[in-house]
Design a protein around this ligand. Structure first.
Ligand code: ADP
Length: 323
């Protein structure tokens, strides 16, 4: 493998830069030239390609976002778009690709690899942690820490004013961020898409909470919860508890940015190296992840087809600890 291309695609996550750096350095180790493809699959179609050397990735391990930029590209979803993408790959004599992104990115990688017989290894890059084939995705740990820092601050106000805060965190289809940050902040209730929430249970919890803290507290809601997000939850609670002083806080894009945590830097570094090693050894069509601290390769078909299971026991424990 003489020339490897690397790209970041879909939503950016903290740790993508650490992964790019690892890919470049591993390429140097294995005597493979590494080129950066800018703006994800859009850059493949539009030939946005530049060589990456040690200097290009110097001083980036600690930076959020992605130096390669990321983009969403609908044209790549068509077979014709992927033909154009492959023409660029061919013109630059790129022999293998490392793609860093979420479910959509890996879906695109599977198709491109199959249709054009191209070796591709994927890295799990999403703050949502919803990819099958790894315990943690790159960016998830940082996002959770960002939420925890924000909720700790919100809790100060909640208690000073006896207010109930409903905090919405990212996770349209997955409650990983909500569950982990909810436990870490001692949230009174955590609403996630993976577990049904019965409104009466929610009211019961709030009734119990009222007895010891006059309605103050934190409810963490994943975007994709049963009720449709924090604003809807607020309406329901207001109806039942009109005397509660309720505020909604939607954390939004602060969850994507910022310096990656040590955990994410180490994960991204290890997986970035493993991706290049895998290409050199002739692997293809797989995502590299870490399961029980071991490197595991999962075929794209499986990462796309299956959902990463949430720890339901942890959710039950959270309910008990919140009482
Ligand atoms: P993520 O990778 O974070 O899930 P997206 O779902 O936006 O983000 O996907 C990123 C990009 O991957 C899309 O803009 C598109 O170029 C490509 N992609 C997504 N889904 C498909 C698909 N079904 N077929 C081909 N390419 C896809």
């Amino acid at each position: 493998m003489k020339k490897i291309g690397v790209l970041t695609s879909g939503g950016d996550t903290p740790g993508m830069n650490a992964a790019i750096r690892a890919v470049v350095k591993a390429g140097m180790h294995y005597d493979a030239e590494v080129v950066g493809i800018y703006k994800g699959y859009y850059g493949l179609i539009h030939d946005l390609i530049k060589p990456l050397d040690g200097n290009a990735v110097y001083n980036i391990i600690h930076r959020g976002g992605t130096i390669l930029k990321s983009a969403r590209c609908d044209e790549f979803k068509t077979a014709e778009g992927r033909v154009k993408a492959f023409e660029t790959i061919d013109r630059h004599n790129i022999e293998g690709l490392v793609v860093i992104g979420g479910d959509g990115t890996l879906t695109g990688a599977r198709l491109l690899g199959k249709e054009h017989d191209l070796p591709i290894i994927g890295l799990p890059g999403t703050i949502d942690n919803d990819l099958y084939g790894t315990d943690y995705t790159i960016g998830y740990d940082t996002a959770v820490n960002t939420v925890v820092a924000a909720v700790d601050k919100i809790r100060d106000t909640a208690h000073s004013h006896d207010r109930l805060f409903i905090v919405e965190v990212m996770g349209r289809d997955a409650g990983f961020i909500a569950l982990r940050s909810g436990i870490a902040t001692g949230a009174e209730k955590i609403l996630i898409p993976e577990a049904r929430t019965f409104i009466e249970d929610l009211y019961d919890s709030l009734e119990k909470g009222r007895s010891h803290d006059e309605g103050a507290g934190i409810i963490i809601v994943a975007e994709g919860d049963d009720f449709g997000g924090a604003m809807e939850v607020e309406k329901k609670i207001k109806k039942r508890f009109p005397d509660f002083d309720i505020r909604v806080s939607i954390l939004g894009h602060i969850q994507r940015g910022g310096a990656p945590s040590a955990y994410d830097r180490v994960l991204a570094s290890g997986l970035g190296y493993q991706a290049v090693k895998a290409l050199v050894e002739g692997r293809r069509g797989m995502m590299v992840g870490s399961i029980n601290r071991k490197i595991e390769f999962t075929p794209f078909e499986q990462t796309i087809k299956y959902n990463s299971p949430i720890n339901v026991e942890l959710h039950s424990i959270a309910e008990i600890l919140a009482l």
